[in-house]
Design a protein around this ligand. Structure first.
Ligand code: NAD
Ligand code: UDP
Length: 347
């Protein structure tokens, strides 16, 4: 049993990973300020994790930019033991919002991460799994994207993630003993197969899958497909979608590797290596849900790439991890969650 601190553990990826880690027998402290999540997510995580899990989860409502909140979290392990590793999900992730309010992104994503690293130093914890993003690659010229591709973000969100990655590299170079994984996620979608936890975006979803599921459930009338003239076989954009349960497994594998191996800085893509177009996703969702998803092809969205697909080989080699769940399973589980919770955790 390892004592873990999970920042942003009430969020979409954090809640699914927290469940998996509880099921694996670990003991967790979650710190979250519920900026983009609900305490209900962690209540359901405990319900799914089963009897006894409540003794291994402590939730601290707090902000990663507050040294006092972080101190509280580091002292809160259910066993009273020191925190051995941190998984750092807390952050802001909406590209469009980051263009409109870049300072908020630099504040939460960069300054929040700096506060966390200071707290880790103060509490003698030097093992960290960090949520990075394929956004750090910007608009790469070669596909699939390997970890060695140039870091060229094209929006403030991507810049803030690239800056944290650099800060982690600088820290690892300055001080021996750090075990750090920088995980670059591609497009996380889906939900726990129970339909009890899932993605609950506030307002109009920016991402494709939540939008498609809200159309299928009748909350929105029509999907806008951003561009039908991309240089792809059907003209719509291609992405590498990854089921959130596969992603959660990727975190567990990365954590296990960090704890078992000598100190290192590990940088890995977490993706499937398979691309799917927007229109393929629409069709897969229609078959999973039995509903029609009306759509209209509109202009391209600013800053979009035609095609973004991971080269996932390094994660397979270093962690023995690869994705297992298909697009059909991603749509099935998103639909199960959406149908059971048409208004997310709010009812
Ligand atoms: P999410 O918004 O569902 O989860 C983030 C969590 O962090 C939320 O619970 C939020 O309340 C919390 N949080 C935000 N600011 C905080 C603060 N200052 N202090 C404490 N808690 C705070 O997002 P997610 O999809 O679960 O993403 C998790 C991480 O993965 C983020 O860092 C995101 O940038 C990264 N990521 C996400 C995607 C994606 O498409 N979902 C892709 C690549 C990378
Ligand atoms: N997309 C779309 N309509 C939407 C949302 C997204 O056509 O309402 C497209 C988008 O242009 C991209 C794909 O769906 O080709 C995935 O977009 P998302 O925002 O989910 O992920 P990202 O662009 O960040 O990879």
């Amino acid at each position: 049993m390892t004592q873990l601190l999970i920042t942003g553990g009430a969020g979409f990826i954090g809640s699914h990973t927290s469940l998996l880690l509880l099921e694996a027998g670990h003991s967790l402290v979650v710190i979250d300020n519920y900026d983009n999540s609900s305490p209900e997510a962690l209540r359901r995580v405990l319900e799914l994790a089963g009897p006894g899990a409540a003794d291994r989860l402590v939730v601290v409502e707090g902000d990663i930019r507050s040294a006092a909140d972080l101190d509280k979290a580091f002292a809160a392990a259910p066993s009273g033991q020191p925190i051995e590793a941190v998984i750092h999900f807390a952050g802001l992730k909406a590209v469009g919002e980051s263009v409109g309010d870049p300072l908020r992104y630099w504040d939460v994503n960069l300054s929040g991460s700096r506060h966390l690293l200071k707290a880790m130093q103060a509490h003698g914890c030097r093992t960290l799994v960090f949520s990075s993003s394929c956004t750090v690659y910007g608009l790469p010229e070669t596909m699939p994207i390997g970890e060695g591709a140039a870091i060229q973000p094209i929006n403030p969100y991507g810049h803030s993630k690239a800056a944290v990655e650099q800060m982690l590299a600088d820290l690892a170079a300055s001080e021996a003993g750090w075990r750090i994984a920088r995980l670059r996620y591609f497009n996380p979608v889906g939900a726990h197969p129970s339909g009890r936890i899932g993605e609950d975006p506030s307002g109009i979803p920016n991402n494709l899958l939540p939008f498609v599921s809200q159309v299928a459930v009748g909350r929105r009338t029509e999907l806008q497909v951003f561009g039908g003239d991309w240089p792809t076989p059907d003209g719509s954009g291609i992405r590498d979608y990854i089921h959130v349960m596969d992603l959660a497994e990727g975190h567990r594998a990365a954590l296990d590797a960090l704890l078992a191996e000598p100190p290192q800085l590990l940088t890995l893509n977490l993706g499937s290596g398979q691309g799917h177009s927007v229109l393929e996703v629409v069709r897969a969702f229609e078959s999973a849900s039995g509903r029609t998803v009306p759509y209209a092809i509109v202009a391209r969205r600013d800053g979009d790439a035609a095609c973004t697909v991971a080269d996932p080989h390094l994660a397979a080699e270093r962690l023995g991890w690869r994705t297992r769940l298909s697009l059909a399973e991603m749509c099935r589980d998103s639909w199960c969650w959406q149908q059971a919770n048409p208004h997310g955790y709010g009812g």
